[in-house]
Write a protein that binds this ligand. Structure first.
Ligand SMILES: NC(=O)c1ccc[n+]([C@@H]2O[C@H](COP(=O)([O-])OP(=O)(O)OC[C@H]3O[C@@H](n4cnc5c(N)ncnc54)[C@H](O)[C@@H]3O)[C@@H](O)[C@H]2O)c1
Length: 311
């Protein structure tokens, strides 16, 4: 009986593996229909600036109830008031997502004042752009606290209710830097690799718990025009552009509505990355030098918001 079962399982798996590329092609040609998020309670971190601000506008446009969290109260309030003046349903809170106690307290407030969050967008992030020997321990810790650890505090507050409802969607804004290494980004790359690892493991955990109705989306953009990363250069802007923040937000919203799992922005960045990874490290350096893509380390030690530009 055991032998027969093993044979059936092997044949089933074999056919699934053979069919996989065709299924992939099918979904590329006929993408999933977009879901509605009207009335959905969406909690978005880092909503006051850059990508978060653009996502807040687009998601509220679609009729969602927005809960905006940011450590910068002024920026957060500005975007909240702008959306309220358009008649949108918006709740804004000043929260430092690295402070676990504050996250617990504010999550309880949201549950009482707004309701069950069914779409969580972990977007808040920081960046310093320094060579490893110049990074202070404070900057390294902060990078991991905001870019990686905060995701745990947020998930622990909002995932349990999603599991009870057997419904929900978690979005992590990671980065292309979570898939390869970049000079002067050791802390940032490591923190984003951690986030990608967290999301990949969560897929496994939800699968094991048979909670497939909880959707996960990991977003991996290249450099965006938010000012988070400054002194950016690229020799081939058509191939490796500095992504306009509005375009990036449009792609993210579309991916959320289609419940895509792993999103690279632009999509070709994944294929370029996979292709380059086939070469020896020496050749990879040459390819990188040739593309001239990257950034020069900033002079300041703390995270900055200088305007990024293509040089
Ligand atoms: N800008 C890029 O080139 C780029 C590229 C890839 C990925 N990303 C990622 O996209 C996300 C958004 O980045 P962005 O470019 O919009 O940055 P940004 O600096 O424009 O905005 C980040 C927001 O997060 C908030 N924030 C920072 N620390 C916080 C904390 N402890 N608690 C709550 N809020 C906090 C800031 O106040 C700010 O409003 C980040 O996770 C970033 O790592 C950015």
């Amino acid at each position: 009986m055991g032998c027969f079962r093993l044979m059936v399982d092997t044949i089933k798996l074999f056919f699934l593996m053979v069919a996989d590329p065709f299924i992939r092609c099918f979904w590329c040609i006929f993408p999933k229909p977009k879901k509605s998020i009207k009335g959905e309670i969406i909690l978005l971190t880092g909503a006051g600036h850059g990508l978060g601000k653009e996502l807040a506008i687009r998601l509220s446009d679609l009729g969602a109830v927005m809960v905006l969290w940011d450590i910068n109260q002024e920026n957060n309030e500005n975007i909240a008031s702008k959306l309220r003046s358009l008649g949108r349903s918006v709740f804004s809170y000043r929260v430092d997502v690295t402070n676990e106690e504050e996250v617990i307290r504010m999550a309880n407030r949201v549950k009482q004042e707004v309701g069950d969050v069914t779409l969580l967008v972990n977007n808040a992030g920081v960046f310093s752009g320094q060579p490893i020997c110049k990074l202070s321990s404070h900057v390294i810790r902060r990078c991991f606290e905001v870019n990686s650890l905060a995701h745990f505090w947020m998930l622990q507050q909002f995932l349990p209710r999603m599991l009870e409802l057997n419904r929900g969607h978690i979005v992590a804004v990671a980065s292309m830097a979570g898939h390869h290494g970049v000079a002067n980004m050791t802390d940032y790359c490591a923190s984003k690799h951690a986030t990608v690892g967290l999301m990949e493991s969560l897929y496994m955990e939800l699968h094991a718990a048979k909670k497939a109705n909880i959707r996960l989306t990991t977003i991996n953009p290249i450099i965006i025009t938010t000012g988070l990363i400054s002194n950016v250069r690229t020799r081939f802007p058509c191939l490796l552009p500095l992504m306009p923040v509005e375009e990036t937000a449009d792609v993210i919203v579309k991916s959320i509505l289609r419940e895509e799992e792993m999103v690279f922005i632009p999509a070709r960045s994944k294929y370029l990355n996979d292709m380059v990874a086939c070469f020896r490290r020496k050749t990879r350096f040459k390819i990188l030098d040739y593309t001239g893509y990257g950034f020069d380390p900033v002079v300041e030690k703390e995270p900055t918001k200088n305007g990024a530009e293509i040089v």
